[in-house]
Design a protein around this ligand. Sequence first.
Ligand SMILES: N[C@@H](CCC(=O)N[C@@H](CS)C(=O)NCC(=O)O)C(=O)O
Length: 223
Amino acid sequence: MIKVFTANTPNGIKIPMALEELGIPYQLVRLDLANREQKSPDFLAINPNGRIPAIIDEDVIDESGKPLSVFESGAILLYLAEKYQGLIGETAEDRIRTLEWLFFQIGGVGPMFGQVSFFKSTESYPSENAVARFQEESRRLVEVLESRLQRSPWLAGSHYTIADIANYGWLRYAESVGVELEAYPSVLRWCEAIGLRFAINKAIHRAENPDAQFGNSLRDRAA
Ligand SMILES: N[C@@H](CCC(=O)N[C@@H](CS)C(=O)NCC(=O)O)C(=O)O
């Protein structure tokens, strides 16, 4: 079984989305970010960076004899795509196109959108210039996505991949960081197509409706 340590956030939702698309069963372990569960020693043993998401693959034992854990959403998506042979296209070119747009999200879209949210919501920082700067950069990145999606149905080319999932995790929140998607018709078309997918809706529904398995302590849930 794959245990997914996550929360209902742009990075957190990507892993359930990929697992639903791949048809792989998983157990959600929801962390309470407001109560800093992601900084607890139990979780830091899984992700030394103290952020979600992370996974434990109980079916694989690592060098130290423990079930394999993986942190960083891009690494997790790649791990799952390679393990289950899906969401990465078919050829070497598909794979490298997938990685390009995956890294584009990890190094660009996520940090820029994230900084807009941070400076918009944190009153204690002088933030007007920071919001303007990070919004400008967010819009530039969405413009790059627009030009790609004008020429291609999916980011990596003809196949829907983990790169689409990773970017969609953030593009769902474009309006809330002040990026109006009406100005980017191909991005809008792509977002709507992903938003209609059954697996994506299932992942979002599950993330938004925690069931009984989220009720225990982090230590019990990680065991
Ligand atoms: N590069 C990391 C970013 C992870 C990240 O920033 N996660 C956020 C939620 S979207 C988080 O855990 N925030 C809580 C914190 O920073 O303490 C990844 O892609 O996994």
